[in-house]
Design a binder for this molecule. Sequence first.
Ligand code: NAD
Ligand code: TYD
Length: 350
Amino acid sequence: MKQTIIITGGAGFIGSHVVRLFVIKYPDYSIVNLDDLTYAGNLENLRDIESSPNYVFEKVNILDQAGLKRVFAQYNPTGVIHLAAESHVDRSIHSPLDFVYTNVIGTVNLLNAAKEAWQGQYRGKRFYHVSTDEVYGALGETGFFTEETRYDPHSPYSASKASSDHFVRAYGDTYGLPQVISNCSNNYGPNHFPEKLIPLFINNIIQKKPLPVYGDGLYTRDWLFVKDHATAIDLVYHKGENHSTYNIGGFNEWKNIDLVKLLCSLMDKKLNNAPGTSDQLITYIKDRPGHDRRYAIDASKINKELGWKPSVSFEEGLQLTIDWYFDNQEWLKHVTSGEYLKYYETQYQS
Ligand code: NAD
Ligand code: TYD
């Protein structure tokens, strides 16, 4: 069936990979990328597909109710894939209200826009909310997050995402809005804004700047290559059950310090450095407040029901990512000027 899908946050890291996948894979669909181009949104991420006949960009803030109403009336979408968000935990510690506005109120605005546009005519319609595993809180040494794990967010970011998940489910229960949610682990890959661990450290190694490891460095994350997340989103959007949740993860847990050391060794090879050169940049700094000790996803539901699994090993994915940053120095230069420098100073001043 031909579809028109509004993808919010399509100029961001994950959103740009989802937009590209849908534009190329579904030439009969119309893809509307709705994004306000905050510091994290960058149309350079989509240069290769921006003139495709089935793609259009709309610069709209999800806090702008009239703007959303206009876009829904103009395009008459059959689906929404909602990725627009404030996405960085450290920024949420500095400015929690920004996260409440975009992640909570923006999501409710989008739900209202869909509900009002669809007027209860829900056949063939779908509202897909892309969320995070951080809503589940922190694990100890063992165990995994399943779709049934109780929500227990600890950062303003994860609390705002948890709240948005609750609103999406509430619109399903109260108004019958056909909704589906996925909660994914940490992504990495091309186009990742260099405030997050992996791209920040790649950039700092290139610049020979310190690699600021929070606390004891023994925090654990489950890493997934971004294109594998996009593939999972495609499957959940088309084949997931309404009013259902899918956990998405990499089956790939790493303690931060081990990951940083692997990254350093791959970067030393790339830069023709003597082994151990980049390790010398590792600097332990004060911990992030409320830092979750361990995340690990049980992705067996999406694996069994939809047949999804990651396609790229961590070493392959990291190598692809490093190569991308080397081949896209201009992109890196553009995003690490202006606002970025101010953020960097505030976050990493001792
Ligand atoms: P990102 O910060 O790279 O991109 C966010 C995009 O949303 C940007 O293009 C930005 O311009 C846009 N945006 C922000 N506020 C907006 C607003 N008020 N109106 C319109 N557009 C706005 O984020 P990301 O890492 O690509 O994450 C995308 C989604 O996936 C988020 O919802 C995030 O919570 C979720 N997620 C991310 C990860 C991860 O590891 N990055 C993991 C799991 C889930
Ligand atoms: P991040 O990429 O911010 O993702 P999240 O907090 O959403 O998991 O951080 C990943 C891990 O790396 C997390 O445990 C915090 C840690 N970290 C550092 O040690 N130093 C840094 O400069 C950053 C940005 C993160």
